[in-house]
Write a protein that binds this ligand. Structure first.
Ligand code: 4NP
Length: 153
């Protein structure tokens, strides 16, 4: 079992999108049971709130099921519970390390560092561009899967 926690600032736009995209990709490759995926926020802003309609809409357009999810803030305990804690942008990683008190096992990564073009994923809460968010997240999740289980692609 590979345990993955996606993390962004609010846990209503990017990290739940990444959670549902990875679950869908794993399912299509008959690897759903191999993964435990969740998402969380670094901030307290949106705690308890549902997934943003922009994220739901982009997933629906592509036939990707969005499960129910309510924003929660990541905790120090998450560091032991997950094999990978994957942030969307550099500022997420700083906040994640602050919450965990460091990253001695090298589990905290940026999603698009798994891709050929390492970069941040912009926050659609500010840009309004959920299409771009989806494209970046899809690229990152495919690269992540390829890097975690190359023999099963
Ligand atoms: P996310 O977007 O980090 O992709 O979920 C945001 C959603 C809400 C806020 C910030 C970012 N907020 O400050 O409320």
């Amino acid at each position: 079992m590979i345990r993955v926690l996606f993390v962004c600032l609010g846990n209503i736009c990017r990290s739940p999108m990444a959670q549902f995209v990875l679950q869908d990709l794993a399912k299509r490759r008959c690897m759903a049971e191999a993964f435990q995926v969740d998402s969380a926020a670094t901030s307290r802003e949106e705690i308890g709130n549902p997934v943003h309609p922009g994220t739901i809409r982009e997933l629906a357009r592509r036939g990707i099921p969005a499960g129910e999810h309510y924003a929660r803030q990541m905790t120090r305990e998450d560091y032991q519970k997950y094999d990978w804690l994957i942030g969307m942008e550099e500022s997420n990683l700083r906040n994640m390390r602050r919450i965990t008190g460091g990253d001695p096992e090298g589990k905290i990564r940026r999603l698009l560092d798994f891709s050929d073009r390492p970069r941040d994923i912009a926050d659609p809460w500010f840009t309004g561009n959920f299409v771009r968010t989806y494209e970046d997240i899809r690229e990152g999740c495919e690269a992540l899967l390829g890097s975690l289980c190359p023999e099963r692609l």
